[in-house]
Design a protein around this ligand. Structure first.
Ligand SMILES: O=C(CO)COP(=O)(O)O
Length: 261
């Protein structure tokens, strides 16, 4: 089955809601409707921007989608500072990132937490983008494939094949995030293939063929073509380059197979 590429722009803690509107308008202006037949494009702004992005996307009938960077594992209640899946669903979020390495590292999120958040997203009809990735020490020890497979299995433990069919996986080697050190296309393919093989084991070969596996870590308009050309790399989770309208639009056009805007 041909998988439609997905380009997801993780803005991290950048841009207020006014800046968000300006950026989304510029991206949408650069990407006419024909591109969206061949690529799904989504922006993942901070929580405080999402309502403004929703109003713009719905009002102008834009074809790009949007999502959130995190979701609570809980449905509602005394969880100060947290945002629930149903709140995000009400805001029209298509995607939510779960288990980003910055949350795993800076907020101590375990695989169990990531699993609980993945379930919370699925329960609200939002597609979780489940992130995995190894640190430099594991890469240097040559244990990256086993490490990522174990992290993926623990982050999806107990999900049904149907649930697994509704997720996106993002492989983001920690040493490549924000460092300008992109994984080689062969490195990205090696782990993304191992992810797909693991999905086949956990769910079924059919589900594994349908689930999109993204690469993330210093993706830009120059390296995106080679990365996405890999058979098991179905798009990118883009950080820094997603904050520049021209570059993000170009990246999306590359994933759509061109022409460049
Ligand atoms: O963490 C990332 C996306 O989630 C990658 O960030 P950069 O593209 O800035 O390396």
């Amino acid at each position: 089955m041909a998988r439609k590429p997905l380009i997801a722009g993780n803005w991290k803690m950048n841009l207020n809601h006014l800046e968000a509107i300006a950026l989304v308008q510029k991206i949408a202006f650069s990407l006419p409707a024909k591109y969206f037949e061949k690529v799904d494009v989504t922006v993942i702004p901070p929580f405080t921007d999402i309502r403004s992005v929703q109003t713009l996307v719905e009002g102008d009938k834009l074809l790009l989608t949007y999502g959130a960077q995190d979701v609570s594992a809980h449905e509602s209640g005394a969880y100060t500072g947290e945002i629930s899946g149903s709140m995000l669903a009400k805001l029209g979020c298509t995607f939510v990132v779960v288990g980003h390495s910055e949350r795993r590292t800076l907020h101590g999120e375990s695989d169990e937490t990531v699993l609980a958040k993945t379930k919370a997203a699925l329960g609200c009809g939002i597609t979780p983008i489940v992130c995995i990735g190894e640190g430099l020490n594991i890469r240097e020890a040559g244990e990256h494939v086993a490490y990522n497979v174990a992290q993926l299995k623990a982050s999806l433990a107990g999900l049904s094949a149907d649930e697994i069919s509704q997720i996106v996986v993002a492989y983001e080697p920690v040493w490549a995030i924000g460092t300008g050190k992109v994984a080689s296309a062969a490195d990205a393919q090696e782990v993304c293939k191992a992810v797909r093989d693991t999905l086949a084991e956990l769910a079924s070969p059919e589900v594994a063929q349908a689930v999109r596996v993204l690469y993330g870590g210093s993706v830009n308009a120059k390296n995106a073509g080679e990365l996405i050309a890999q058979p098991d790399v179905d798009g990118g989770l883009v950080g820094g380059a997603s904050l520049k309208a021209d570059e993000f639009a170009t990246l999306s056009a590359i994933a759509a197979g061109g022409p460049l805007p």
